[in-house]
Write a protein that binds this ligand. Structure first.
Ligand code: NAP
Length: 303
């Protein structure tokens, strides 16, 4: 029988990914939504989250697809109401929020899944396998995209807690922390803040182990989500956000967009097994960048 799930925040990512993934899944039934304005055709929509939790005790799982700033309040309510919980990335505004949710989930005996969709991109396992046992000389992350295209009019990304360019950059860090055989830590960072905004629009990061990253939200035209790995044994590149893997110039792995289908499959498994999956290592690097980063003020940004 399919497991009933409620989806909160019917916005860009819910419409682009969550709803299609749930509709295509044999394991899930999208049974209820709460969104202040959005709705999903054919699915019961509630005008308040408390009302949803009270009216639908049969819905044991909640997925939050709202921005990070209001996330904790909703997450805490869901856990207190005994619901298993799935969080969009980044899992919250701060590390402490997630530590608290972890403790609450444990106390309530519910599953908590802090998702990292990019980790489940098709070619990530091939890159991880290729790196095993190799002597890394350098790893360069280039994550450059157009914020107007991916976050149209979403001012929250430039508000405190919105993470700025780390909102996509954390996807690269989620892949890095999944494929690296050894952990690394940040040693220096430069963060470019638009004069009228609270979060950076670009960042340059240097880590131990020869790892560096360049994040930029001002890239128009072709978009770049690449990780170039240079080792004593050869060079390989993860492209298209992890969808394609090249060894030298040769395509070694490529597959369809399966990230959200895989996230929901994993959530179903966690609930079945009574487990949680919360890895905060990508967010630690972001926190370090805010601790260590040199601030540079750049041109004002308007959507
Ligand atoms: P969004 O469209 O701006 O927000 C999603 C929905 O959340 C909104 O439509 C809104 O629905 C609800 N919401 C916004 N502010 C709220 C508040 N203060 N309180 C309660 N509900 C609020 O954002 P998104 O792009 O879908 O991103 C949501 C999350 O998914 C973020 O953490 C983001 O990093 C992640 N994500 C986004 C993308 C992407 O390409 N955009 C990709 C992967 C992951 P109502 O107005 O109807 O309440």
């Amino acid at each position: 029988m399919r497991q009933k799930i409620a989806l909160v925040g019917i916005g860009k990512i819910a419409v682009d990914q969550h709803v299609p993934a749930l509709r295509a899944s044999a394991e899930w039934e999208l049974a209820a939504t709460f969104s202040r304005e959005g709705a999903v055709a054919g699915v019961e929509a509630f005008s308040g989250f408390d009302a949803l939790l009270a009216a639908r005790p049969d819905v044991k799982v909640v997925s939050l697809a709202i921005p990070p700033q209001p996330r904790f309040e909703y997450a805490a309510k869901a856990i207190r109401a005994g619901r298993h919980l799935m969080l969009e990335k980044p899992p919250g505004q701060t590390l402490s929020e997630i530590h608290e949710l972890q403790a609450m989930a444990k106390a309530e005996g519910v599953s908590l899944y802090a998702t990292w969709h990019s980790r489940l991109a098709f070619a990530v396992p091939a890159a991880k396998a290729w790196l095993q046992g190799k002597r890394v000389k350098s790893i360069q992350i280039n994550w450059k995209e157009d914020v107007r295209r991916w976050h149209p009019g979403q001012d929250w990304v430039f508000e405190p807690g919105g993470m700025g360019v780390f909102d996509p950059g954390i996807n690269a860090l989620s892949i890095l922390t999944a494929i690296l055989p050894q952990p690394v830590h940040l040693t220096a960072a430069t963060l470019e803040y638009p004069a009228n905004r609270q979060t950076p629009i670009a960042a340059e990061l240097a880590f131990t182990g020869g790892v560096s990253a360049s994040f930029d939200w001002r890239q128009e035209g072709p978009q770049t989500w690449d990780i170039v790995m240079v080792t004593e044994e050869g060079t390989a590149t993860l492209r298209n956000g992890g969808a394609r893997f090249f060894i030298g110039e040769m395509l070694a792995a490529e597959g369809p967009d399966q990230e959200y289908a895989a996230l929901y499959a994993h959530m179903a498994e966690l609930v079945r097994l009574g487990q949680s999956d919360v890895d905060l290592s990508p967010m630690l690097h972001v926190a370090d960048a805010y601790s260590l980063g040199r601030r540079v003020v750049t041109e004002a940004f308007h959507f």
